[in-house]
Design a protein around this ligand. Structure first.
Ligand code: KIV
Ligand code: ZN
Length: 514
């Protein structure tokens, strides 16, 4: 079996998805989960892009051990120097530098000749090599570059010290057949290529990212770059879970394997979806809500007789165990703590107490508490922003032939009581308007999504919202059996994040007091 390295770029290319902005703590939380998933490399960000991104890379490099941590840098001195500054404390740092090589990019974007780009690439690798032993070089838009020139650039950067050579399909243009040919060509024609890791990085503009990555592996690539849930620029990147499970389920064909801990796939998918606010489409392979659901009678009948009839993998393999009753209304704190530990969470005493309280509330209303319910509760308690505004109560009046009206009461900093009333086009709109009015903010809601965590009318509803304040975006999340309450909790958690940040920037001026 050929061993394939998994280079995860959820925190870098994935974070480049429109509307996604992870703060440093959220990056660290996801990076720790990626370490549990056992990816080989975590690309933590693009430090020159913003101070926040640099902070995130540094936090990941300082705290995630036993894993290579990588930072992206254009072929420019400042980019490379700041990447190193952030990676300094990493156990295994990698600087990933890149420059475009296609004529389209050289002519229209960089205004460089082929030779100038080649020289800059060599220069950048040499500069990065002064700092770290492992340097990855990417030829941006490689798949639309001239093959002979591409191979010359790769040979030159290998000579300059690059240890990983990446072939990005930047615009998702290539087909699997061509990808196989390109990788074979590079392996046969690039001087020094046998000494380095050959990697691919595929985008999904034509829905071919996973197929192209697998084609590259068949042709001899040793590393795949991918993101959890396939998030990323435009149509996204190759999905980690799709590549991993294709290699596993069809190991007879690919004769290749990753080192991933499959049991962590589903939890990682949920965490990435929650923190980025990017919902996973229900029919998404491997991690979508319907990926293991059988609707038609013929299929259900077959699966009941023998799972193999319609299932090519076991949901349990990737850590999915929907609709499994794990705890009930009579379970005590001890059993709850044990189950949480079994699920792999390490909570502080206070987090555990709060999660237990939420569990008890839910158990009073819902007969069956599943592992997914528990994961939702824990993820909410752990990621909760420090509360400036606490929801005391929300009351809505709605129905047909009635103007939806909401009354909301908040407690600010544990003492000051604020109340607001508003009408809206629906109960959520009314509640959001009541909050915005009482806090004196013009609510700039850019995204609102609602989904149920488990099935049935008594399921937990999960709401994720994104609000915009100037250039800053804040994500909030809430879950409850009552969708209006979940919506208000999500909105308040985004507002708390915004208020915390404003208070940090300007402690004198308080926020939202009108
Ligand atoms: O898609 C791309 O070309 C990239 C490179 C920076 C690797 O993300
Ligand atoms: Zn990319």
């Amino acid at each position: 079996m050929q061993r394939i390295r998994v280079f995860d770029t959820t925190l870098r290319d994935g974070e480049q998805s429109p509307g996604v902005a992870l703060n440093a703590q959220e990056k660290l939380e996801i990076a720790l989960q990626l370490a549990r998933l056992n990816v080989d490399v975590i690309e933590a960000g693009f430090p020159i892009a913003s101070p926040g991104d640099a902070e995130g890379v540094k936090l990941v490099a300082d705290n995630v051990k036993g894993r290579a941590v990588c930072a992206l840098a254009r072929a420019k001195d400042k980019d490379i120097d700041i990447a190193w500054e952030c990676l300094k404390n990493a156990e295994h740092p990698i600087i990933h530098t890149f420059i475009a090589t296609s004529d389209i990019h050289l002519r229209h974007k960089l205004r460089l000749s082929r030779e100038e780009a080649l020289e800059q690439a060599v220069w950048a690798v040499k500069r990065a090599k002064k700092y770290v032993a492992d340097v990855e070089f990417s030829a941006e838009d490689a798949t639309r570059s001239d093959w002979e020139y591409l191979s010359r650039v790769y040979a030159a950067v290998i000579e300059a010290g690059a240890t990983i050579i990446n072939v990005p399909d930047t615009v998702g243009y290539i087909t699997p057949f061509e990808m196989q040919e390109l990788i074979k060509y590079l392996l046969e024609n690039t001087r020094g290529i046998e000494k380095v890791v050959l990697s691919v990085h595929c985008h999904n503009d034509l829905g071919l990212a996973t197929a192209n990555s697998l084609a590259a592996i068949l042709a001899g690539a040793g590393q795949v770059e991918c993101t959890v849930n396939g998030i990323g620029e435009r149509a996204g990147n190759a999905a980690l879970e799709e590549i991993a499970m294709s290699l596993y389920v069809r190991r007879d064909f690919f004769q290749a394997e990753t080192n991933l801990n499959f049991q962590e796939i589903y939890r990682t998918s949920r965490l990435v979806s929650q923190r980025t606010g990017m919902l996973v489409q229900p029919n998404k392979a491997i991690v979508g809500q319907n990926a293991f659901a059988h609707e038609s009678g013929i299929h259900q009948d077959g699966v009941l007789k023998e799972k193999l009839t319609y299932e090519i993998m076991d949901a349990k393999l990737i850590g999915r165990e929907d609709r499994v009753l794990v705890l009930g209304k009579h379970s005590g704190r001890h059993a709850f703590a044990k189950k949480i530990e079994e699920l792999g969470y390490k909570l502080s005493e206070e987090e555990l107490n709060q999660a237990f309280q939420r569990f008890k509330q839910l158990a009073d209303q819902k007969k069956e508490i599943t592992e997914d319910d528990l994961k939702a509760i824990v993820s909410e308690e752990v990621a909760k922003p420090e509360e400036i505004y606490h929801l005391d109560f929300v009351h809505v009046c709605c129905g047909n032939n009635i103007l939806p009206t909401a009354t909301v009461r908040l407690v600010k900093d544990g003492k000051e009581v604020l109340e607001g009333v508003a009408t809206g086009v629906g109960p959520v709109d009314a509640a959001y308007k009541a909050i915005s009015k009482m806090l004196g903010i013009s609510s700039n809601l850019v995204n609102y999504t609602l989904q149920s965590i488990t099935g049935g009318t008594e399921a937990l509803g999960e709401v994720i919202v994104r609000i915009l304040d100037g250039d800053e975006e804040y994500i909030g999340r809430g879950s409850s059996q009552d969708v209006v309450v979940a919506s208000v909790m999500a909105y308040l958690s985004a507002i708390n994040r915004m208020a915390q940040r404003k208070r940090k920037l300007n402690p004198q001026k308080d926020y939202g007091e009108s």
